[in-house]
Design a protein. Structure first.
Length: 177
């Protein structure tokens, strides 16, 4: 019994010493908590997306993952096609980067907020047939809380930027955003 009590007392003393060491350590800043990691937060939520003509283009869910270090996009178009993107601050360049993947191609671009507060990314779109083209994406937070998304692709023949998609994101009714 005496050995059991001594063992319990020693274990309690070791636990208390460890607990004090943990308490004495300074609190660490959570990963990805600085301002740059929150520049794209206006896009987080559950959305219905509408084309310029007012027709519903699809639905999109943008979630924050990996302790705020990653935004994950899950898109479903009105006709059922899907795509996903990872959006993150590239620590090597200190710029936002999006990598989009779907059955019709990929987009890889990077950038950041412009002087008006819109997220502007520039890079390249690639199609399954091997064709690539310069590509830009702009997300603008509107006063009513909606977001305008404007994609443009460089036309190889005319050397002009063509609208690829312009849509308005509206918060999905009843969704927690």
């Amino acid at each position: 019994m005496k050995i059991l009590l001594l063992t319990a007392a020693a274990s309690l003393a070791a636990f208390c010493a460890t607990a004090q060491d943990v308490e004495a350590q300074p609190t660490q800043t959570p990963p990805c908590s600085s301002e740059i990691f929150h520049q794209f937060d206006f896009w987080v939520g559950e959305w219905e997306v509408f084309a310029q003509n007012g027709a519903k283009a699809g639905e999109n869910v943008i979630s924050t993952e990996e302790y705020g270090c990653l935004l994950v996009e899950r898109w479903t178009s009105a006709n059922g096609t899907t795509g996903q993107s990872y959006n993150f601050v590239d620590l090597a360049t200190n710029k936002w980067r999006q990598v989009w993947v779907s059955n019709w191609g990929t987009i890889d671009y990077s950038g950041g907020l412009n002087e008006d507060g819109a997220m502007v990314l520039e890079g390249e779109i690639a199609y399954p047939n091997g064709t690539t083209s310069p590509f830009t994406g702009t997300w603008t937070l509107n006063e009513d809380g909606s977001v305008t998304q404007h994609f443009r692709q460089l036309n190889a023949e005319t050397k002009k930027w063509d609208d690829w998609f312009i849509g308005t994101y509206r918060k999905k009714q009843g969704a927690e955003n």
